[in-house]
Design a protein around this ligand. Structure first.
Ligand SMILES: NC(=O)c1ccc[n+]([C@@H]2O[C@H](COP(=O)([O-])OP(=O)(O)OC[C@H]3O[C@@H](n4cnc5c(N)ncnc54)[C@H](O)[C@@H]3O)[C@@H](O)[C@H]2O)c1
Length: 314
């Protein structure tokens, strides 16, 4: 599975995508990135990458496939904010449904061997009937974002049945780690880290008792690589199986960063799930994946990264 193939990473200048690109370069793949830099940053991109600054919604995608001839596609480019999708559902669908479809269709026409899709577990199942959720849990998203990501999976399933396009949909929990945007609306660990390092009180929406399955970015990158294994096809949860509340995250980060102020509580936001964790037994059995980084370690790595960023000259 290692080396020399051409891989296309959409969203490769983003948080998860740029970590994946680093690892692919290390493994000697030829890496092509498509990113419109709407939330991604050029400074995250490794050297030696063929970069195309365009949107996945543009017809130029076809020309890029024609020229670069990717054998594998990792599709991470997306409108990623649940909140934004509630405010602008059509804008969300533009990237997450139509952009996605453009990529799948180009992949089919240009003979891509495997399509690895960054889906969501956190926003897909809705308020769960049981936790941790398995992949066969009913899909009842509470936001346009959750729905648009699930539509992406449905198209992949259609393209597999009709055109034999191989795919893996990785349903992530709440991914966190270095390079996550601390100015966005999502990514509570990045946002708390930045706010605490500015010695300000973080804002918690709702009671803070809402639980998420937090998974470290390096573990998510590993899942993307293991998804290339032969015989791995379909949807897989990528999470730890354990939920942690936003209040717990605040307490742990406060301890690590020696912060003594209290958070500020605001009304809960629409479209957010109350409690979710993901059963990743299938990924373990079929891909050999399991999380390697504990929450405590991951929070320490992330806090250290944001501490360094805060010290770096602007
Ligand atoms: N971070 C999480 O907790 C999480 C959880 C579940 C799923 N995901 C999925 O993982 C993927 C990566 O998310 P992330 O957290 O790294 O977010 P991110 O915002 O850092 O990365 C998304 C990247 O896609 C690019 N992009 C956005 N719209 C684009 C477009 N139309 N054309 C080309 N590029 C575009 C952005 O510039 C950015 O570089 C997304 O598909 C997201 O839905 C993330």
């Amino acid at each position: 599975m290692v080396g020399s193939k051409t891989v296309l990473v959409t969203g490769g200048a983003g948080f998860i995508g740029s970590h994946l690109v680093d690892r692919l370069i290390e493994l000697d793949y030829r890496v092509v990135v498509v990113d419109d830099l709407s939330t991604g940053k050029l400074t995250h991109l490794a050297r030696g990458v063929n970069f195309h600054h365009t949107s996945v919604t543009q017809p130029a995608i076809d020309e890029i496939f024609h020229r670069e001839k990717p054998e594998i596609v990792f599709h991470l480019a997306a409108q990623v904010s649940v909140n934004h999708s509630v405010r602008d559902p059509a804008g969300d669908a533009q990237t997450n449904v139509l952009g996605m479809l453009r990529l799948i269709d180009a992949s089919r026409r240009h003979g891509v061997e495997k399509f690895i899709y960054s889906s969501t577990g956190g926003a897909l199942y809705g308020d769960p009937e049981y936790i941790p959720c398995r992949e066969d849990h009913p899909i009842r998203p509470l936001s346009p974002y959750g729905l648009s990501k699930s539509v992406g999976e449905k198209y992949l399933d259609l393209y597999r049945r009709t055109y034999r396009l191989n795919y893996v949909a990785l349903r992530y929990g709440n991914v966190y780690g270095p390079r996550q945007d601390p100015h966005g609306e999502a990514g509570v660990i990045a946002i708390f880290s930045r706010t605490i390092l500015e010695d300000k009180q973080p804002r918690i929406f709702g009671s803070g008792e809402q639980e998420r399955d937090f998974v470290y970015v390096k573990d998510v990158v590993e899942a993307n690589l293991l998804a290339l294994k032969e015989g791995v096809i379909g949807a897989y949860n990528i999470g730890t199986g354990t939920g942690n509340s936003v209040n717990q995250i605040f307490q742990m980060l406060s301890e690590i960063l020696k912060f003594r102020k209290k958070p500020v509580y605001s009304p809960a936001r629409l479209g957010e799930v109350h409690q979710i964790s993901l059963d990743a037994t299938k990924a373990n059995l079929e891909m050999g994946w399991q999380p390697q980084v504990s929450l405590r370690e991951g929070l320490e790595f992330t806090a250290a990264y944001f501490r360094d960023m805060a010290k770096a000259p602007a």
